[in-house]
Design a protein around this ligand. Structure first.
Ligand SMILES: [Mg+2]
Length: 376
């Protein structure tokens, strides 16, 4: 999204604080103003090397007036390196720029892009496949009673499972057990993470419809869009996808060809908020709903709260991972205070400048520090 800033973007230093799972970025402008962002999670130590080698040098050598131009220039300079890693790194810069602008304007990021602070309804998103259908249903029912969630997503098939289930019969059982225990008035969704052939997905999808499931995510290998399209056309329920996709040409194709009913860009895989807004806008023009992907409780979920809250074509619920320390121990203590309090099934964006969060100083102190500066 073309977002002109009415002042010069003149970056003096780009500092990173990195673990193997998360890398925080602190941006400092020539005038001393700052913003905080984050690169995409997982292998963040590798992404950080790319950040300092292939992202920072292009940005520190030039003065800019809009965010899109910054991302585009990096991609042009690094045009022999298209793909995920460079965008995972650019996400750290882009999210820090939006935080900087929010802090400078004393507005939450969502207000900069047409939204407003307030409540964001969330769906409880399970990441687990090794859990039995009965235990998953019980876990959801407890979360509904404790936090008031009104929507849940669970996993079917094996991840990129080549048509196989996590164990035989699990998927057929879970699509019955979860809706049965939660009852009516609760939205149930499933995610197959690229498991099935179109034929298998359509068979299972029909059973889902019989049990009231309303969202079927990534039924087929995402790199085979024509397979996914067969499922979208055959089933009444929403077929969704796009979380891995980060190339705008692929997005255009996916939206033009109506491969899915709902698109799910991930702010961090996309290279930040600026490019994610491009995808959402593309979808809006084709009257397609956008429910962004956000699968852990690092800055990605904070950014996605602000993003979704501003979308005209946003889905009803924010994805909200329900996995805690047992599953994602690295999520612990990233932030100075908890931005993810859930009440009556809603999260809240407060009227705080930028993303409205600070990284935890103790966490930052333990991370590996690296700095690129204009004078290097
Ligand atoms: Mg998914």
């Amino acid at each position: 999204m073309r977002f002109k800033v009415d002042q010069e973007i003149n970056i003096k230093t780009l500092e990173t604080f990195t673990t193997n799972y998360v890398s925080a970025v602190r941006l400092t402008m020539d005038d001393g103003s700052q913003g905080w962002g984050q690169m995409s999670t997982y292998c963040s130590d590798i992404t950080t090397q790319i950040f300092h080698r292939q992202v920072a040098p292009h940005v520190l050598s030039k003065v800019f007036t809009d965010f899109e131009d910054i991302g585009n220039l990096i991609l042009e300079r690094e045009h022999k390196f298209p793909g995920s890693y460079i965008l995972r790194a650019i996400a750290g810069l882009d999210t820090a720029l939006w935080d900087w602008l929010g802090r400078k304007s004393e507005l939450p990021v969502t207000s900069l892009i047409g939204g407003s602070p307030g409540k964001v309804p969330a769906y409880a998103s399970s990441m687990k496949r090794h859990i039995s259908p009965k235990d998953e249903a019980k876990r959801f029912s407890k979360l509904r009673d404790e936090f008031g969630f009104r929507a849940f997503k669970f996993r079917v098939g094996a991840e990129c499972g080549r048509g196989l289930d996590e164990w035989p019969g699990r998927s057929e059982e879970i699509i019955v057990e979860v809706p049965k225990l939660l009852g009516t008035g609760v939205k149930t969704m499933v995610d197959a993470n690229s498991c099935y052939s179109a034929e298998q997905a359509i068979d299972l999808g029909k059973k889902m419809i019989d049990n009231g499931v309303s969202h079927f995510e990534e039924p087929c290998p995402y790199w085979l869009p024509e397979e996914t399209k067969k499922v979208t056309e055959a089933l009444e329920i929403d077929v969704t996808g796009g979380e891995q996709d980060c190339d705008l040409r692929i997005w255009k194709d996916m939206i033009d060809k109506k491969i899915v009913d709902i698109v799910q860009p991930d702010v961090m895989y996309m290279g930040g908020l600026t490019r994610s807004l491009d995808v959402a806008r593309m979808a809006e023009l084709s009257e397609v709903i956008c429910t962004p992907h956000t699968a852990n409780l690092s800055l990605v979920t904070v950014c996605t709260m602000h993003f979704l809250k501003a979308l005209k074509n946003g889905g009803e619920f924010l994805e909200f991972s329900i996995e805690g320390e047992d599953y994602y121990p690295w999520q612990k203590n990233i932030f100075a205070s908890d931005p993810f309090a859930v009440e009556n099934g809603d999260l809240t964006i407060h009227n705080t400048p930028g993303w409205g969060v600070d990284f935890n100083q103790t966490w930052l102190d333990k991370a590996t520090y690296q700095c690129s500066s204009k004078n290097d």
